[in-house]
Structures are given as C-alpha cells and as structure tokens.
Design a protein around this ligand. Structure first.
Ligand code: FAD
Length: 387
C-alpha cells in the first residue's frame, strides 16, 4: 500500500481523538437514531463543546484556524464508521464557509460562533421539487419590499440537516427575469414567521439523517439577512460555483473512506465464514475480487489525496473535483455491491454494517450534482459541448 503523506502527526492525533468521540458519543446511539430518523440534538452540542465543529474557521469566529486536512480526517472517520446520520461536514465545511467567504462582518459575528458551538445547526437549500440539476430553474423568489426587506416564497426539498436546522442558506431569485444573474443567498432562521419544515423524508439510506422539505410562505427576510449584504445582491450563483470544488471533493473523500472500510469488514467476514469446508476467503473468486477492489480504492485514494493538496494550494479546479466526485462515488457503489455479495445473505441484513453502507452509498452518485452532471462539467472542460 502507498503510505499517505497528507497528514502530519498532529492530524493523526486529532483523528484518534475524534475516533474516540465517535465511539463514545455516536456509535452507541446510531442504530436508534436510524429508527427515529434523526440524530439527537445533544450530539451537536457535544461536538461543539469538544471543538469538532467548524474547525477550519478562524479563531475569531469560534473555529480553531485549522487547515482543512483536519476536516478531511473527520470526514473519513465518519464515513468509515458508517455514521451517516451525522451532518457535521455539510454544517462545518459547506454552510460555514459561505458565511466566512461572502458574509458581512456582522453576519459572521452573529452566526459563526454559534455554528461552531453547535448551538445552531446549518443547512443549505438549493434544490426544489422541480429543480435539482438545473439550479437556474429554481422558482423560489425573494422580492425587495418598500421597507428594504425581502419577501421569500417557495419550497425546497431534500435538504440535509433540514429538520434540525436553525440557520438555512436559501438560494432564491431576486431578479427572476435575469436567470443565474438574478440569484442571491439568504440567511433564514428558524422561527421566522412563514418558514416551515415539512416531513423528514424517508430514504433508501442515510436513515439517521434528517433530510427534509422546507417551505417559505411570505417570509419577511430583513435586508441584514441577505448574505453579504447589498454587495452580494444577484451574485449568489457565482458563490455557488466557487464553492463547488470543495463540496464535490468532500463526497469523494467520504466515498474512498467508506469503500476502504467495507473492504476491511469483508476481509474479516470471508476469513471466518466457512462454506464447503473452507473459508470463503479461500475461493479464488473472493481473493481476486478483493484484490481488484483494493487496487481501485488505492488508486482513488492517491487521486483524492492529490486533490486535497491542490485544494489547500488553491489550485483545485471544478473539472478535477468533478472527476473525483463521479469516479469515487461510482467506485464506492461498486465496492459495496461486491462486498455485499461476498457476505451472502448476511450482506442483506440491516444489522450488518455492509448492508447499511450499501444503502448509504447510493446517494453519493446523486447529490452534490449527479454523476451525469459531473461528466458534463468534465466534457466542457475538454472543449466538448452538446450545443
Ligand atoms: C439524501 C439527499 C440529500 C440532499 N441534500 C441536499 C442539500 O442539503 N441541499 C440541496 O440543495 N440539495 C440536496 N439534495 C438534492 C440533490 O443535490 C439533487 O437531488 C441532485 O442535484 C439531483 O437533482 P434532482 O433530484 O432534481 O434530479 P434531476 O435533476 O431531475 O435529474 C434526474 C436525472 O436526469 C439526469 N440529468 C439531469 N440533467 C442532465 C443533463 N444535463 N445531462 C444528462 N443527464 C442529466 C440526472 O443525472 C438524473 O439522472 C440532496 C438529495 C438527496 C437525495
């Protein structure tokens, strides 16, 4: 195996302490959280208390000023452990960065420390019932009123952390006739009149994740809650595009960690399971299958680690991040499928981690931009356009 050079001893020490946190605060409860359809709010507060949220934020805003490799280690631990109900990654490394990069000073002061302490849970609401891949087609509007506030109307769906969320970054049209150039981002708080949460959605996997619909009926959003203030009016799409490489890379990071964990569980299983008087591991098919999967996961890991280095150097482009997202999530699904097969009937039983991992994996090819959209992005970077 190729030794990883991405992490320093400090990163590894952090990984160990986060792994202990997971074993203590998440692992004993995750199955029950899957049954109830959401994680207990307490885990957010405890993560905040222990400095496990928004670590890459500057200290002035409640973070640790850590480089993003700490977040990478955290994401890997959550994926490898199968703790798929935990939405820390989206909260810390998608929602908080929008505020950090585009927010006004007052917005940063108001929200970031509370996100870092786990007092507020963050979500981002782009997708709508009739617009997911085609984000330019969103129908939610936020129209300027005479008093300077914005009147927000529309509905969002499939929103990660949606049911727990206290703060939602809502993508809305501020100039509906201007397409992408008329899109802005709003900071909508739980409790604003007209903001309602729908059902937690019942899903194939990610059973403990509180993915929800959100509804906005004449929500009066103060001008202070336009992300970035007046300067960012109608600039929302640019922000969304700028953040995409890191968001997509996060999916690839989780994919590789989950796939590696699945190979580990399967190795253990095939060695102890006896069939026809020998272990399943002794069949040539088993050995070759696992050898192939391990080879591909190793290739993926080297690529993803390189992407993290590029990200840290400010050089990760959207097409490369899209390659990582599409290829690693496809690989994750392939690994899960083969590993379920090697578990036989037990691979179909919910109590086995491989079964949950199989179910959790499928959405990785869909959210964060579908893998077909990733191929569109890559093809466009090669000068290929369908028009
Ligand atoms: C569990 C979960 C969590 C999510 N979390 C969030 C969240 O936190 N916030 C948020 O805003 N959204 C979230 N989403 C939404 C997610 O990003 C969208 O589902 C995704 O972008 C796809 O959009 P869609 O569902 O509308 O599919 P559609 O856009 O309707 O796509 C349907 C099919 O058409 C294909 N297709 C579409 N356009 C093209 C094209 N140009 N070329 C080729 N094929 C194409 C797609 O690849 C897909 O196969 C989440 C979704 C899920 C399932």
């Amino acid at each position: 195996m190729i030794e990883r050079s991405l992490f320093s001893p400090e990163h590894e020490a952090f990984r160990d302490s986060f792994r202990r946190f997971c074993l203590q605060e998440i692992a004993p409860h995750h199955a029950a959280w899957e049954e109830q359809g959401y994680v207990d709010r307490e885990v957010w507060r405890k993560a905040g208390e222990n400095g496990f949220l928004c670590m890459s934020l500057p200290e002035a805003y409640g973070g640790a000023g850590a480089d993003r490799r700490y977040s990478v280690a955290q994401m890997e631990e959550l994926s490898a452990g199968g703790y798929s109900g935990i939405g820390f990654g989206l909260h810390s490394e998608i929602v908080a960065p929008y505020l950090l990069h585009y927010g006004t000073e007052a917005q940063k002061q108001r929200y970031l420390p509370r996100l870092a302490r786990g007092e507020m849970v963050g979500a981002i609401a782009m997708s709508e019932p009739a617009a997911g891949s085609d984000l330019q087609g969103i129908k939610t509007t936020a129209l300027l009123q005479a008093d300077g506030s914005y009147l927000l109307n529309g509905s969002k769906t499939f929103i990660t952390n949606g049911w727990h969320a206290d703060l939602v970054i809502v993508v809305a049209k501020t100039n509906p006739s201007a397409g992408a150039k008329g899109t802005s981002l709003f900071l909508v708080e739980q409790g604003m009149p007209g903001f309602e949460k729908g059902q937690r959605l019942k899903k194939l996997g990610l059973k403990a994740q509180d993915t929800s619909e959100l509804f906005f009926n004449n929500v009066r959003v103060p001008a202070d809650n336009l992300l970035g203030g007046e300067a960012q009016l109608n600039q929302g799409f640019i922000g969304l595009m700028e953040q995409l490489p890191w968001e997509r890379l996060q999916i690839a990071i989780g994919a590789v960690a989950a796939a590696q964990a699945a190979i580990g569980w399967t190795l253990d299983y095939v060695q102890q399971r006896q069939v026809f008087g020998q272990s399943v591991a002794a069949f040539q098919n088993t050995r070759y299958t696992l050898a192939e999967l391990q080879t591909e996961v190793q290739v993926a890991r080297v690529f993803v680690d390189k992407c993290v280095e590029l990200l840290e150097a400010g050089q990760l482009d959207t097409a490369t991040a899209s390659m990582a997202k599409y290829w690693c999530s496809d690989l994750q699904c392939k690994v899960m499928d083969e590993c379920v097969q090697l578990h036989g009937g037990y691979g179909y039983m919910w109590e086995y981690p491989i079964t949950r991992a199989y179910a959790d994996a499928r959405v990785q090819r869909i959210y964060g931009g579908t893998n077909e959209i990733m191929k569109e992005v890559i093809a466009r970077s090669m000068g290929l356009s369908g028009r």
